[in-house]
Unconditional design. Structure first.
Length: 188
């Protein structure tokens, strides 16, 4: 066996061991929703403070905002979109999975997200860490007039959320639940 092959196999063994430990740590954080999102909030505040204090990297901040908006929309959208299924029904194609009920007499089907909560959190954290890392490179500090970027992002956010809310109202689904319904006991 060659010395280089032994070194490569040792590096691969360490990488596999690290990947396993990292995945085990990620798996152990799954039930702790509030602390995970709290840690993300702290990370996002650190990133925003870095942007505000340094007075730069507005393009990086804008890109992060657009990416987080995209993730949020995927989080709010059902995996099996009723609008697409409605179009397929009109074209005469068969359905490929469960859908949300559109009439009162249809059976209940649970809301399944296009992007699960854990993947939403994980992608948000990764994107924020990458964005924070990007703020250490002056080549990415492009000169822009930040109020225009901010106004464009606000307009984009409002229009996108308006469209999403209209979609939610049209197909009568609510992506957030508060748990199992509790019924009051009847008085006899």
């Amino acid at each position: 066996m060659n010395v280089e092959e032994t070194g490569d196999s040792n590096i691969n063994a360490y990488k596999v061991a690290f990947d396993r430990r990292y995945q085990a740590w990620l798996d152990s954080t799954t039930p702790y929703v509030a602390p995970r999102w709290g840690a993300f909030g702290v990370l996002l505040v650190i990133f925003m403070l870095r942007i505000i204090i340094s007075q730069g990297w507005y393009i990086v901040c804008y890109a992060l905002g657009i990416y987080l908006l995209n993730l949020f929309l995927a989080f709010l959208t059902p995996k099996f979109d009723p609008a697409l299924e409605e179009e397929m029904d009109l074209e005469g194609e068969a359905e490929d999975g469960p859908s949300l009920p559109t009439k009162a007499d249809e059976e209940f089907r649970p809301f399944i997200r296009r992007l699960p909560e854990f993947k939403f959190w994980y992608s948000s954290v990764k994107a924020t860490v990458i964005s924070l890392f990007c703020t250490f490179f002056t080549a990415l500090d492009l000169p822009v007039f930040w109020p225009i970027l901010l106004m464009y992002f606000i307009i984009l956010f409002v229009l996108t959320m308006k469209r999403q809310l209209q979609h939610m109202l049209r197909y009568r689904y609510l992506p957030f639940t508060t748990g199992k319904k509790q019924y009051s006991k009847s008085n006899k």
